[in-house]
Design a binder for this molecule. Structure first.
Ligand SMILES: Nc1ncnc2c1ncn2[C@@H]1O[C@H](COP(=O)(O)OP(=O)(O)OP(=O)(O)O)[C@@H](O)[C@H]1O
Ligand SMILES: [Mg+2]
Length: 262
């Protein structure tokens, strides 16, 4: 299963990615979590030691040059559009607590948007991760899906848009849904986060009539406290973990379970 998580800034994309990675891993799946946000903090949220020392692939100039034949930032008339990437996940990922993690850095827009060697390498890597690898792959993206090329989008089983009770994140969800349809990504669903009460829930339900809502994650002050005290977020809220387990169940439809078994 390949899951991409997006939504407006600060809605809880990284928290959801980290917790889904944890729940899938606990259920026995091999999990590859990918930080595709240039402002990377998935490793830290997952509690990886030395997370601040991780260098994203987009900043590995020597590697980009070795694989594409051109230095990033250079005006290069020719570079390889299909660089070798299959060895990169093992070489440039780190594993902690059963979860493999890769930091991609900023992924330039695919298709016509980018004629640069780092874009070519990252797009090739993304396609490899989504199409060839057989783990559960969960992608934490910056707001928006502009960098998902058509070929990549087809490999995404579920695009999860995280929303919070508020008009702006809902507007973002509609915008993302439109972009998703443009690139042929039809499996879009919403996860509501920071839901404080019944009226938040009603607000979200009435403003997102066209979306499948996979779950409602409660707002929990314990997460805020853990963040302030620099404590691990993952174990700080039992009620949030419980709801993530429900979302995990909602993601695993019977057909999907069958295809994972085969
Ligand atoms: N359910 C929740 N209850 C309380 N606080 C929450 C909840 N979900 C997320 N937060 C807090 O909200 C902040 C943003 O969460 P997070 O970093 O996961 O969002 P994001 O969408 O990844 O943000 P960004 O766009 O900056 O990458 C964090 O401080 C996090 O601890
Ligand atoms: Mg984030």
């Amino acid at each position: 299963m390949k899951i991409a998580v997006t939504g407006k800034g600060g809605v809880g994309k990284t928290l959801l990615t980290a917790l889904l990675a944890k729940v899938f891993s606990e259920a026995g799946y091999s999990v590859l979590a990918i930080d595709a946000d240039p402002d990377a903090n998935l490793a830290a949220t997952l509690g990886f030691p030395d997370s601040d020392k991780m260098v994203p692939i987009s900043e590995m100039s020597a590697l980009i040059e070795e694989r594409t034949g051109a230095r990033p930032g250079q005006i290069a008339p020719y570079y390889r559009l299909n660089p070798k990437v299959d060895d990169l996940p093992e070489k440039y990922s780190i594993i902690y607590d059963g979860i493999r993690l890769m930091a991609m850095g900023r992924i330039k827009r695919g298709g016509t948007g980018c004629y640069c060697p780092e874009g070519a390498l990252l797009q090739a890597l993304l396609i490899h991760l989504l199409v060839v690898r057989d783990e559960v792959v969960i992608l934490d993206m910056e707001a928006g899906i502009e960098h998902l090329a058509r070929g990549t989008a087809k490999a995404v089983d579920k695009l999860i848009v995280v929303v919070e009770p508020g008009r702006r994140s809902i507007e973002t969800a509609y915008r993302i849904d439109e972009l998703a349809q443009d690139i042929g990504l039809l499996n879009v669903a919403v996860v509501a986060n920071k839901v404080r009460n019944q009226s938040d829930r009603k607000f979200l339900l009435s403003n997102l009539p066209d979306f499948k809502i996979l779950g409602f994650i409660p707002y929990d002050q314990a997460i805020v406290e853990a963040d302030l005290a620099n404590l691990p977020l993952l174990d700080s809220s039992q009620q949030i973990i419980n709801e993530i387990r429900n979302i995990y169940q909602a993601l695993l439809s019977p057909a999907k379970v069958q295809s994972l078994i085969n």
